[in-house]
Write a protein that binds this ligand. Sequence first.
Ligand code: ADP
Ligand code: MG
Ligand code: ZN
Length: 443
Amino acid sequence: MNKYIPVIGLEVHIELSTVSKMFCSCSALHFAKEPNTQVCPTCLGLPGAMPYPNKIAIKDVLKFGLATNSKVNKFSKFDRKHYMYPDLPKSYQISQYDLPFCINGKISLKSGKTINLRRIHLEEDTAKLQHYEDETGQYSLIDFNRSGVALCEMVTEPDFENVDDVIEFLKEIQLIVRYLGISQADMEKGSMRLEANLSLRPEKDSILPDYKIELKNINSFRFLEKALNYEIQRQADLLNKGVKVAQETRGFDQLKNTTFSQRIKEEAQDYRYFPEPDIPPFRFEDKFIFVIKSEIGEMPQEKRVRFANDYKIPQNYIEVLLSDKKRSEYFDKLAELDKKYSIGLNTIANLMVNKNLDQEYPEPELFIKKLLEITKKDYSTTDENTNAVYEVLHEFPKAVSDYNSGKGAVIGFLVGMVQKKLGGKGNPKVITDMLILNLKSPK
Ligand code: ADP
Ligand code: MG
Ligand code: ZN
């Protein structure tokens, strides 16, 4: 049996949450809308209809690129990618080929490993096929509401060697996109779509295998994990038997937890790419890029480091708080308020993470008020205080006379002695006031 190292590269599609579509002014909010109600000649691909690009979508992609340490191609263009399918009315998709908006990005994983992002480009989404079956047989209908919605594609180098890194990376990408506010990146709704390419490399080899399997149509991190694990085993079994793994696209069967062949993958040359003649190329000025960069704000990784350094709360709390941008900002507000109340950031984080107390109190001020109530000490009673103060004043006459001759600092010692008698349960302010009152008019 040979030992194999998985070689994995990802292609991630992110549907941008722009108001209008990529090349027309139809609404891009297609989810759960009446079919074919948000369409026009452009996104229906009617002859003669002209595309005009959505500036916000382009800015969003540049933002995403800059936030992932990519280089912006200052000269860029759209290209036509040709293939025939019922969800693609023009029989070509406007996409980007050799000059994508962003290239050469980098994302670091917790292990310190770096994943290289080959490219981030912009394209248009396809229509959606709905499949039906009734007594007349099977048939499909097409909903064009999604046709022409802005879609951003990110492609990584085949840098992953294990499934855990893939999942960590994808969750980080999802978080970055949500922090940027450019997409909901919701897999169930299809606004984040994953494809993984996988091959196995014999441990002793250092070159890329000469084949790869593309896993498509996977709509959750958990299914991707299962599909990859299944596929690693399947390929290892084939290779160990001396069988060459066929290059193909495979889907994941959620019921059987297995992958199955969908089609033999096409090559780039089959798409007959050429520059989109209806949209002039772009030249981005440095100032334009600079302005976009300045709009990015704090990214999850920066926040992770800041929370660890400034707040010193446990890593697992940090991850939970970070996973929701609003929640992390809420915690920032609490940390600011706590400078005054000193409840302690660990206590605060614990009550948010384990008790979801922030859900009940949308206002940070009210949250703190509630916490002060919860954490309020169970103080000793007035009778207990009076007895303890009386005893201390009689047991330490020297301290009393020192105080009366002007050594005010001795009050700290007396408070300490009273607390000792009360087992630390005295309210420091109440005890101090009681002592001062009795010292001024000693009994
Ligand atoms: P194609 O031209 O078939 O689209 P690319 O070289 O553009 O292939 O790569 C597509 C994706 O496949 C990328 O995410 C890349 O990282 C990944 N990839 C390339 N070669 C391999 C390989 N041998 N094993 C696994 N993934 C690979
Ligand atoms: Mg590809
Ligand atoms: Zn339209």
